[in-house]
Design a protein around this ligand. Structure first.
Ligand SMILES: *[C@@H]1O[C@H](CO)[C@@H](O)[C@H](O)[C@H]1NC(C)=O
Length: 332
């Protein structure tokens, strides 16, 4: 009897370890098949949930118009989904008031792929991750870190808030919901390890990484040093094409001096116009706009076009890039 119990215990332990090692060594994956024509089109918006205020509704209206024109596949949110302090719980009316009832256009009734921002961590962070929200509005999909396979591109979503040391200084003027991410050192090391292996294994033509915090920015918060130190080397070593973020309430594009990576900030979903910029003379700065707006991405296996729009839907900046055939991953 005793030996049976021991065996059972060993077996359980073995199963538990295996289960833990699979969950900790692989990011959740989602597939978003694109429609026939080998084109991927999506919108990127960040820092938005304010019950429609600060031009959130105006930006939403123009997203609907451009979304219709482009016939988008999905929407990406770079986080800070609900101000000021995330959601209070799964039944917080802010979810409907700032999301469902704002992004009402037909073209926006697509899947939204969302990460958490630092403001989301000030509320009940688990509520935003909860499947209960999908029952209220099935467009919603928010996870900490995950991979989205959209055939010609793969998008790697990264939970960046736990990397930022400022949020852990004690005393802190805000409280954060760190349930599920502590101990922080192990959590962040795991995120990087999982991201690195997912990037390495990816055979997508385009690799896009999405996080809330900027790696490079000339806006209010500037560069996020923790990400420059820990995340950027992984992106450079694994042929990432684009890094997309919010956090600074602006629209901007910055190049990288050591790789083809483009840093794209789309964090202008509502309150903007901070007016305090740093390093506007930065050599690799290609575009900066301090006001509200959003970004669109259109891709084929060889070409990408990025467009930034203001609150009136007027095109502020356009950037295109082609990959030479020899840059593309060989087709097996
Ligand atoms: C809304 O957008 C307009 C046009 O950019 C701008 O002048 C105005 O200040 C914005 N309102 C707010 C509250 O940011």
């Amino acid at each position: 009897m005793a030996s049976f119990d021991n065996k059972t215990m060993v077996l359980c332990l073995w199963l538990a370890i295996n289960f833990l090692s699979t969950v900790s060594s692989e990011l959740p994956r989602f597939e978003h098949p694109i429609r026939g024509d080998q084109r991927l089109k999506f919108l990127v918006i960040g820092d938005w949930g304010r019950n429609g205020a600060f031009n959130q509704s105006e930006v939403a209206f123009q997203m609907g118009r451009i979304g219709e024109e482009l016939d988008i596949d999905f929407v990406v949110s770079t986080g800070d989904n609900f101000y000021d302090n995330g959601l209070k719980g799964e039944h917080d009316p802010a979810f409907i008031d700032s999301f469902t009832n704002i992004y009402t256009a037909k073209s926006l009734q697509k899947q939204w792929y969302t990460v958490l921002g630092n403001h989301d961590y000030r509320g009940d962070a688990l509520a935003q991750l909860s499947p209960a929200l999908r029952k209220i509005d099935n467009r919603w999909l928010c996870l900490r870190s995950f991979v989205l396979n959209a055939e010609i591109a793969e998008l790697f979503f990264v939970d960046t808030s736990p990397f930022v040391k400022d949020y852990f200084t004690i005393p802190n003027e805000h409280t954060y919901d760190w349930r599920g991410v502590t101990p922080i050192k192990i959590y962040t090391e795991n995120v990087l390890k999982e991201l690195e292996s997912a990037l390495r294994e990816s055979t997508a033509k385009w690799k896009i990484v999405v996080g809330h915090h900027a790696i490079r920015s000339v806006g209010h918060h500037g560069d996020t040093e923790e990400l420059v130190e820990r995340l950027l080397p992984i992106l450079r070593a694994n042929d990432v094409d684009l890094y997309m973020n919010g956090h600074d309430h602006c629209l901007e594009q910055i190049g990288d001096n050591q790789s083809p990576i483009q840093y794209l900030t789309s964090g202008a979903g509502s309150k903007a116009w901070r007016g305090d910029l740093k390093g506007l003379n930065r050599k690799d700065l290609k575009f900066f706009y301090d006001g509200q707006g959003f970004m669109s991405v259109q891709m084929t296996p060889s070409d990408v076009e990025i467009v930034f729009y203001d609150v009136f839907g007027i095109v502020l900046h356009k950037w295109t890039m082609s990959k030479q055939l020899h840059d593309l991953h060989p087709i097996m």
